[in-house]
Design a protein. Structure first.
Lengths: 155, 211
């Protein structure tokens, strides 16, 4: 399978689902008469993402004039998105784009493989995050530290 | 021409009829006069009787009125006398009854006082006895209570105290946490929030969450 760095296209699980849906729609258009990949990508994802995708296709030396090869590549991309791991983060605030990017960058640098982020908000945790990944859990919130400090080591 | 004897006979017969009718009328007149005479007598007698009856009636009425007046006057007199007598009797009865009531009341009060004094003495004695018994019983119960129940109660109070203290602690922490939550959420800059999230991820990495 082709290894793709898709972190430029999406960060959260919702965005990943939307991106996969967009790829699916383009895959259906590939065999139509007069199909134009650049136009279809621009229409589906915008110019910026279109350029990034073209660049990615070129990096993988895909002949985009070859409909069969292009279709196969798009299918592989969708499959890799579906198989992608999801990390669930519970934060004390609603994260902005730059926060999500910062988290995504950290995850890219510090973990093996790309993953999507699913975000929940709970103001009671005060700060930090509660993390769930592959069925494992880590409480890195300030709220838990606060309770721990208040009750001592008994809690 | 008719015969003379027949004529004479006819004349005689006619004369006889005239005489007979005349006599009859004469007798009728006599009887009528007799009847008138009797009628006049009867009328006079009748008037006499009626006048006499009326006079008697008037006399009777006058007598009756006079008698009735006398009776009424007498009755009034009697009534007055009786009323006065009854009033006097009632006054007398009233004062007598009042005196009797006073005497009876006094006697009853004295009797009641005597009975009460007797009862009071008896009740006081009974009460003292009962009170002594109760006092002894209560002292025994208090001793037993102190020996058996007080330690259990002390233990239960301690447990309750501990439980309540824990509840208070929890509430205090929850309140402080709520306060901290509001303060941090309002005052913590975004960059610090982001750094805290990254710190949490670092902690997760150290704990081997991503392996």
């Amino acid at each position: 399978m082709v290894k793709n760095d898709l972190s430029k296209f999406f960060i959260t699980k919702t965005e990943a689902t939307e991106f996969a849906s967009g790829l699916s729609q383009i895959s259906q258009l590939v065999y139509q008469t007069g199909f134009n990949l650049e136009q279809a990508l621009t229409y589906q994802f915008g110019i910026e993402k279109k350029d990034l995708l073209i660049q990615l296709i070129k990096e993988h030396e895909i002949d985009w004039q070859n409909n069969a090869e292009l279709s196969k590549y798009l299918a592989q991309m969708q499959e890799s998105i579906v198989k992608m791991q999801t990390i669930t983060l519970t934060l004390a605030f609603v994260p902005r784009e730059d926060t999500l990017t910062k988290i995504s960058d950290w995850l890219s640098l510090n973990t093996n493989g790309q993953m999507t982020i699913e975000v929940g908000v709970d103001r009671q945790i005060i700060g930090g995050a509660m993390i769930n990944f592959k069925g494992k859990y880590c409480d890195g919130s300030i709220g838990s530290k606060f309770v721990e400090a208040a009750y001592g080591s008994n809690v | 021409m008719p015969d003379l004897p027949v004529v004479i006979l006819t004349l005689l017969a006619d004369a006889t009829i005239f005489i007979f009718v005349g006599y009859y009328f004469f007798r009728m007149r006599q009887k009528e006069m007799e009847i008138d005479k009797r009628e006049g007598k009867f009328d006079r007698d009748y008037h006499e009787i009626v006048d006499s009856a009326l006079a008697k009636e008037r006399k009777i009425l006058e007598d009756a009125t006079a008698t009735a007046d006398q009776i009424i006057a007498k009755a009034k007199e009697i009534n007055q006398t009786v009323t006065t007598d009854i009033a006097k009797a009632l006054d007398s009865m009233s004062s007598e009854t009042q005196k009797e009531a006073l005497i009876t009341s006094r006697k009853f009060g004295e009797e009641y006082q005597k009975i009460l004094s007797g009862l009071s003495r008896q009740s006081t004695n009974d009460f003292e006895a009962v009170f002594k018994e109760m006092k002894t019983g209560m002292l025994t119960q208090i001793e037993e209570f102190q020996k058996s129940t007080v330690p259990i109660l002390k233990k239960e109070v301690e447990e309750y105290k501990k439980l309540k203290m824990e509840e208070v602690d929890k509430k205090a922490v929850a309140m402080a946490q709520k306060a901290a939550e509001e303060i941090f959420n309002k005052s913590l800059p975004l960059e610090d929030q982001q750094n805290l999230v990254i710190a949490a991820l670092e902690k997760a990495k150290k704990e081997g969450l991503f392996e």
